[in-house]
Design a binder for this molecule. Sequence first.
Ligand code: DAK
Length: 257
Amino acid sequence: MTYTSILTEVRGRVGIVKLNRPQAMNAFNTILLGELFDALEIFDADENIGAMIVTGNEKAFAAGADIKEMADATPFEMIKQGRVEKWDRIRGIKKVVIAAVSGWALGGGCEFALSCDMIVASESAKFGQPEITIGIIPGAGGTQRLARLLGKQLAMEMVINNRTLTAAEALQFGLANRVVPVEGYLDAAVAFAEEIAARAPMAVRMAKDSVNAAFETTLTEGLKAEKRNFYPLFSTEDQKEGMKAFIEKRKAEWKGQ
Ligand code: DAK
């Protein structure tokens, strides 16, 4: 597959997508957005890949949707082009996606990072929703995901008053999983992803689906969703292997079956 606005790389069982429009702070234009999701879906379907990383460069993860492309858009065009559906493709990815964020994660860039399963932030990462400064509001889930993650007050401040979070604040408030030095931030994310990619694949998939269910429904329905994911795991070879390995005091060898 040939891309113009992203680079892809495989390290071990980790698939890496690097956003590559540095001249525009990796702003998501239509091409970049399409390529990003195409690449993630290809990795998702690849049995040799156990987890994925999306990253940018040291200065910018992504500065949001491409304002220059969007400036003259009409609601009709946006609906016709299915822009909402395009952003939503991240929700169809079954494997774990980690955002490795350095520098700016603004607007749609912040929203995309929030849509990933976990965030590794470099010490220079900055998260914000500046849409209000250009006369709009977040349109790729920012109001909802920030409110669920950070609570109402801080979400309001970010969305209404353009409050930016530093990496340290993102860690403190539970938005980032870990903060690492800028030098080697991608290597740190890869090491994290490798840990996940080395686990029993179906259990990881069910775990992701179950945690996500918590954001969609009531506790009772969420517990049912968890059970629906829990019991089928007992039909996998990996469950038998995992428990046998524990009893035999050895490392499990996953088959992904
Ligand atoms: N779009 C287009 N170009 C951008 C850009 C963006 N979001 N961000 C930066 N650039 C471009 C700049 O215009 C500049 O280009 P040239 O002038 O050199 O041609 C180049 O990148 C370098 O930027 P700066 O010169 O500004 O660099 P600085 O280091 O001074 O500042 C910055 C970096 C990231 C703080 C600054 O560039 C900035 O504030 N950027 C805009 C951030 C922003 O407002 N983001 C929100 C965009 S709105 C939707 C779902 C979601 C969305 C839309 C629709 N649907 C479901 C339909 C999302 C909307 C958004 O994200």
